[in-house]
Design a protein around this ligand. Structure first.
Ligand SMILES: Nc1ncnc2c1ncn2[C@@H]1O[C@H](COP(=O)(O)OP(=O)(O)O)[C@@H](O)[C@H]1O
Ligand SMILES: O=C(CO)[C@@H](O)[C@H](O)COP(=O)(O)O
Length: 493
């Protein structure tokens, strides 16, 4: 049996799946936590990747590997390949002013037409402008800029040479200095942000293109800080009987949302992901160019497009509400389901991390409509679930305006296991919701991409998909109407 490994280096953790390349059957898996915070040294992702690989029994028997990861994070390297400063993640909002000035300088319509994006604090380009303005010495030391999944792929490649940095079109399309229509970087946009464009950017590989894992010499890998052991030993000794002398293909990798789309098998439904971020996305043949900035015109991992709306507040809204009520997530779900739709008038606007859609980086969350009679744990739990979903329903409307078919939604991500989320989602979205069996769909998509490097061909190999459960319920439009009124108070400030 030929095995492939898929890695999801996401905001909160690193997950590894090892699957049969031909059928997609899960063989083994592992995971490890990432530290909290929106500014993280990439070495933590490397440690977590090694722990997650060890947990999954290492790479023994594996013929191809792919890394998917959280999008947009700014990783700056100096000319020796050393990390210049902690990476600023997609949910770090310090570059909000840089985003606003970049948008003003060219105009939102021009950004949307040129690259399919209007800058918000999440995008890499705004972080580079922030770096140039606030840390000029670090900006000057920067010889290469890459994304989280590019950096981990480069570490796995193990040569230590900046010229060996690679990326893929899906993640490049979220930087703010890549044009996914012509598949080329846009040096004048990079220069607008950083003040120069003479930095190394990762070479963009095609969807099934690959390099080779652990291709560096012993000297090169020890320069990367692996000490006496070389990278192959490091990766293969984690499992029994590793095929240490065979070439292991290292796929291009992908942004996590593009990988999730590969993992759930694409298809007609819109995908809603409830991880740290809340994401509404679909596959399209034409790039979205939305001057309102609500829909980002990203690329997917197969050569098509991935229109996407993203909120900063999803699963962690439920984590915070459970903490606030002093219960665990199971009890939070029970409480939410014990309250009526609309939570007897309690509305949560869950901007706990500021917000990206709508673009309100400095906003904070609020509970509205509390009275002596409705201020119960059950209503607050229900309001948290409804508020999180209402934020995403705005993205669903925006995707529909871009031409996506929103007659059904597929729900994935950590919070999709919550019974309350599953049952309440159709009442808020107003369409049936299907939930694939719990799994790591980003890592699965990466594994499928790895299998594609082995099979070749114009499309990724077809894998048998897990059974889905369908949830249907009558829409309750008042929930969205009341949420809309409460959220409008921020927009009209
Ligand atoms: N039963 C549950 N109910 C609600 N949320 C859950 C449940 N189980 C896990 N989660 C949440 O899922 C989140 C992690 O999801 P994940 O998709 O892995 O995030 P990310 O990809 O951003 O790292 C955590 O915030 C966790 O609390
Ligand atoms: O910024 C975006 C998409 O534009 C986020 O979706 C990040 O890619 C992080 O994803 P998770 O770790 O929450 O899955």
């Amino acid at each position: 049996m030929t095995l492939v490994a898929g890695i999801d280096s996401s905001t909160q953790s690193c997950k590894v799946v090892v699957r049969d390349a031909e059928t997609g059957r899960l063989v083994r898996e592992g995971r490890a936590a990432h530290p909290d915070g929106t500014e993280v040294h990439p070495s933590h992702w490397w440690s977590a990747l090694r722990s997650a690989l060890a947990d999954a029994g290492g790479l023994s028997g594996v013929s191809a590997v792919s890394v998917a990861g959280q999008q947009h994070g700014m990783v700056c390297l100096d000319e020796d390949g050393k990390v210049v400063r902690e990476a600023l993640l997609w949910n770090d909002t310090r570059s909000a002013a840089a985003a606003a000035s970049l948008t003003d300088e060219l105009g939102a319509a021009s950004w949307a037409a040129r690259i399919g994006l209007v800058p918000v604090a999440s995008f890499t380009i705004t972080k580079l402008r922030w770096l140039a303005q606030h840390e000029p010495a670090n900006a000057k030391r920067t010889a290469a800029v890459c994304l989280p999944h590019d950096w981990l792929t480069w570490r796995l490649r193990g040569t230590g040479s900046l010229d060996d940095l690679v990326t893929d079109r899906s993640d490049a399309s979220g930087t703010g200095y890549f044009d996914s229509a012509s598949n080329a970087y846009v040096p004048d946009l990079l220069s607008l942000a950083l003040g120069r464009s003479d930095v190394v950017l990762p070479r963009v590989l095609g969807p099934a293109e690959y390099t080779v894992l652990a291709a560096g010499s012993r000297d090169e890998t020890s320069r990367l800080g692996l000490g006496a052991s070389d990278l192959r030993d490091e990766l293969f000794r984690l499992g029994e009987g590793g095929r240490r002398d065979e070439t292991v293909r290292l796929a291009a990798g992908a942004g996590d949302n593009a990988a999730a789309m590969l993992g759930v098998g694409g298809g007609a439904d819109v995908v809603v992901s409830l991880g740290t971020s809340g994401v509404v996305t679909a596959t399209a043949d034409v790039r979205a160019e939305d001057p309102s900035g609500i829909v980002a015109g990203f690329a997917d991992a197969t050569g098509r497009y991935l229109p996407l709306a993203c909120t900063l507040n999803a699963a962690r809204v439920l984590d915070a509400t459970a903490r606030m009520l002093g219960v665990d997530l199971t009890r939070l779900s029970e409480l939410a389901l014990s309250a009526p739709a609309g939570a007897e008038g309690v509305v949560m606007v869950p901007y706990l991390e500021g917000e990206r859609t709508p673009n309100l980086p400095d906003a904070t969350g609020a509970l509205h409509g509390l009275t002596l009679s409705n201020a119960t744990p059950a209503n607050i739990a229900r309001a948290a679930v409804e508020g999180m979903l209402c934020g995403l329903a705005v993205g669903l409307d925006a995707l529909a305006e871009q031409g996506a078919d929103v007659s059904g939604v597929r729900l994935v991500g950590g919070a999709a296991v919550s019974p309350a989320v599953r049952e309440i989602a159709p009442t808020v979205f107003g369409v049936p919701v299907t939930v694939p069996a719990p799994g790591e769909y980003v890592a699965d998509g990466a594994a499928r991409q790895a299998a594609w490097t082995l099979s070749g061909g114009a499309t990724p190999p077809e894998w048998t998909l897990a059974e889905s459960t369908r949830f249907e319920a009558d829409a309750v439009p008042e929930v969205r109407a009341r949420y809309g009124d409460a959220a409008q108070r921020y927009l009209s400030r």
